[in-house]
Write a protein that binds this ligand. Structure first.
Ligand code: SAM
Length: 306
């Protein structure tokens, strides 16, 4: 356990999908006056340096946020086929740009910082962050302390699946929960299902967003199916979006090791999605694929129910 460090993957295609959706959902949820409680059960370090050692090792952001920004940059758009950038993608790019000096991309914001930036002080929105990795919890606590957000943000070195329970139902009866484990251990898949089942019992109207990797493993394949069943049994609407960037062509340079394909696909399953999310993604997902798609196997899906 704990060999996973999100810093190696920050800004990859999976983060692009996840964070674009998180922003789209919070934009909607922060339109109502009542306070929102946001919980990030698996928070990571919060901020990542894209030019630092970790991200540089595999360069996963190159096939994610870096490619997206380069392709859709208003100065020299590399994808003329995309005439109007989907508003949720623009919102995502603006969010990332907001953590960087103009024209630079050195810092990538993780979900805690993206969520915090969208919360409202005047509405007394709150953010609860859970992280277990001994190094990442220190980095997260340090990064959050610099925000001087006071009581708006709380960081805990606790199991996020367990810690979440104490916040449901929230006094304001409004909650957004991001469940984004590393799935390093097989049991995470079952824990996610149990967590959704338990959370819907505690607070049936919260918005619950689960990220998962699409990999050839039965547990990963079963997870969205199980989540659909749970949402349907609870009589709650759901949305399921996937993005598969496909296999890169092998770029074998003599004398250099081949570049690993890494993770090629991931999904987000949302219970009680904001009603605006589906149409926003109908526009955005084809554009994400147009820019990030690498070849064989690429595709995107969007389905909803309930
Ligand atoms: N949500 C982050 C983002 O989007 O920026 C990325 C999170 S990363 C995929 C998953 C994190 O969960 C890792 O930092 C890992 O150390 C942490 N973790 C693993 N098991 C955990 C648990 N039971 N409770 C809380 N955090 C955990």
């Amino acid at each position: 356990m704990f060999s996973y460090r999100h810093a190696f993957h920050a800004g990859n295609h999976a983060d692009v999908l996840k964070h674009t959706m998180v922003i789209a959902m919070l934009r909607h949820l922060t339109q109502k006056d009542a306070a929102l409680v946001a919980v990030d059960t698996h928070a990571g370090a919060g901020l990542y340096r894209l030019d630092g050692d970790y991200a540089g090792t595999s360069g996963e952001a190159a096939d994610g946020v870096v490619k997206l920004l380069a392709a859709l940059s208003p100065a020299k758009p590399a994808k003329p086929a995309i005439k109007e950038i989907a508003p949720v993608i623009q919102d995502y790019l603006d969010m990332v740009a907001g953590f960087n000096a103009p024209g630079q991309l050195k810092v990538y914001p993780g979900s805690p910082f993206i969520i915090q930036r969208l919360l409202r002080e005047e509405a007394r929105d709150k953010l609860k962050l859970f992280e277990l990795h001994p190094t990442d919890i220190k980095a997260l606590a340090g990064n959050i302390a610099q925000l001087k957000a006071g009581r708006q943000v709380a960081v805990a070195r606790e199991d996020g699946f367990e810690g979440l329970k104490a916040f449901l139902p929230p006094p304001s009866r409004r909650a957004f929960v991001l469940i984004d484990p590393s799935y390093e251990i097989k049991s995470d898949y079952a824990k996610v299902s149990t967590c959704i089942q338990d959370s819907l019992k505690r607070f049936a109207t919260g918005t619950y967003a689960v990220w998962y990797p699409i990999i050839p493993r039965p547990e990963a394949h079963d997870l969205p199916r199980r989540l659909k069943t749970l949402a349907n049994q609870a009589g709650k609407p759901w949305l399921h979006a996937t993005l598969n960037i496909g296999q890169a062509e092998e770029r074998n340079v003599p004398g250099e090791p081949g570049r690993g394909q890494g993770l090629t696909a991931s999904g987000m399953f949302v219970v009680n999605p904001p009603h605006t999310l589906k149409s926003a993604l109908q526009l955005a997902l084809p554009q994400l694929l147009e820019v990030l798609g690498r070849g064989r196997g690429q595709g995107q899906t969007l389905e909803s129910g309930g």
